[in-house]
Write a protein that binds this ligand. Structure first.
Ligand SMILES: Cc1ncc(COP(=O)(O)O)c(C=O)c1O
Length: 442
């Protein structure tokens, strides 16, 4: 059994997280329940920050909060001295509600609306990461009308596409995000922004992929962007102060996954930046990174209650849980793999192969195709590991299932941070028929 972070076993043979018995949590808060190991989040955040400090490079580590957005996680991010990457007015509102320091908020997105951009100006956030030409027009309009300053970065697609162990370089990026570096769009964006009276161009941003296990793709991207920064210095006498290399650092979902420690990614990318700055006599930029999954992914575990079982002779045994694609759509959406355990009998041999099914009315609602559990029985508490990123944040009310509760555990204590939805919550936006009269039919 692989234990993440503070996970352990207590004298009752129950899985514990943050020193708290998960079976007690399931009884107290009900299931499905998302449980976060706060110490693991803190440890990862500290590792990113420490490594930048150790290599002597100024940095901002921004939590990419699309992975899991809530007031409480923003409070923990603030306690850890992180910055925050938000991608919508809703995430920005959550950050504001959490009292997150505005100057450390970075605003992303490929289709920010005019009102979202105005909101960013209202809150005087730290930086807008500009994604496209219409956004340049809108941001200029707002800044000039208000006569207010705003820091901006240019989001670039550098022609590097990375995933797990591989990366490929592409001539032209087919991506909805950012300005293409190779076809001249990035230079055009630079010309439109670099000497604007209100917009402070800090530098460039890229995000090359997700669940990346090697540092070389990040290094290659850093080199590509640094070259462009050097060209702007040489041609336009403009020096970038920030190089943002995005997120995408991998985590261990299953035993096939072998991610690097945060320090390894950071050390390697910093090496490239420092060597390029030395060889081109360029001032060392601040490096920004945006980890999402690697901060919250394996810090999150979902507890479900096992329900009905179905044996398909000579094929498989299904065991259904009380959640599914409504609280974790990743397996159904893109075949994401997870592991699970019987939390109430965690020390027993996990040798029974089952398909862990959800309860949604979709044949494809299977959380784990091949899960190994300890003699799964109705009423067991099944823990699915590594559900902390892009689980709750992508959750829906499909089949009108209420969204789960979320509890944070640390040092033997637990706190509800998102309450479970009720049926009343599920219908709260519905408006019963009122004035629309049905035509009398003859
Ligand atoms: C711009 C940007 N930064 C950071 C992230 C976070 O990626 P991850 O959760 O894989 O670290 C994403 C994810 O989509 C992203 O689009």
């Amino acid at each position: 059994m692989y234990f993440y972070g503070t996970q352990s076993v207590n004298e009752l043979g129950h899985l514990t997280i943050g020193g708290v018995d998960t079976i007690d949590l399931a009884h107290m808060y009900g299931t499905p329940l998302n449980v976060y190991d706060v110490a693991l989040f803190r440890e990862r955040a500290a590792a990113f920050k420490e490594t930048f400090k150790n290599v002597g490079v100024r940095a901002q580590v921004a939590y990419a909060s699309k992975a899991f957005s809530s007031i409480a996680i923003y409070e923990v991010a603030e306690q850890q001295g992180l910055s925050l990457d938000v991608v919508s007015g809703g995430e920005l509102f959550t950050a504001v509600s959490a009292g997150f320091p505005r100057e450390r908020i970075h605003f992303h997105g490929n289709n920010k609306s005019f009102s979202e951009l105005q909101y960013a100006f209202d809150e005087k956030i730290g930086c807008i990461v500009i994604d496209n030409f219409s956004e340049i027009t809108m941001v200029k309009d707002i800044a000039e009308t208000r006569k207010e300053k705003m820091n901006v970065l240019i989001r670039v697609t550098p022609g590097v596409e990375a995933h797990t162990h591989d990366y490929i370089t592409t001539g032209q990026e087919d991506s909805k995000f950012g300005f293409d570096l190779k076809n001249g769009q990035t230079d055009e964006a630079f010309l439109q922004l670099h000497d604007h009276p209100y917009l402070e161009l800090l530098g460039m941003h890229c995000h090359i992929g997700s669940q990346i296990f090697e540092s070389d793709a990040f290094c290659f991207a850093a080199e590509v962007l640094m070259k462009k920064m050097v060209a702007w210095r040489d041609d336009h006498d403009f020096v970038c102060t920030v190089l943002n290399l995005g997120g995408g650092f991998g985590i261990r979902y299953t035993e096939e996954d072998e991610p690097l420690h945060p320090s390894a990614y950071v050390e390697e990318m910093a090496k490239v930046v420092l060597s390029m700055t030395r060889s081109h006599n360029y001032p060392v930029p601040e490096i920004w990174v945006e980890p999402g999954r690697s901060l919250v992914g394996d810090a999150g575990t979902t507890l479900y209650t096992a329900g009905s079982t179905k044996e398909v002779p000579d094929v498989r045994k299904y065991i259904a849980v009380d959640g599914g694609m409504s609280d974790n759509i990743r397996p159904a959406l893109y075949g994401a793999k997870y592991t699970a355990a019987t939390a109430n009998r965690i020390e027993e041999p996990h040798v029974d192969k089952v398909t862990l099914a959800g309860k949604c009315c979709e044949s494809g609602d299977k959380l784990i195709e091949e899960a190994f559990l300890a003699d799964p029985t109705e009423g067991d508490i099944i823990a699915v590991f590594c559900t902390g990123a892009y689980g709750y944040s992508m959750a829906s009310n499909y089949n009108r299932l209420p969204k789960p509760a979320i509890v944070f555990c640390e040092n033997g204590e637990h706190q509800l941070v998102v309450r479970r939805e009720t049926y009343e919550d599920v219908v709260r936006l519905d408006i019963p028929l009122q004035s629309v009269k049905r035509e009398e039919t003859v």
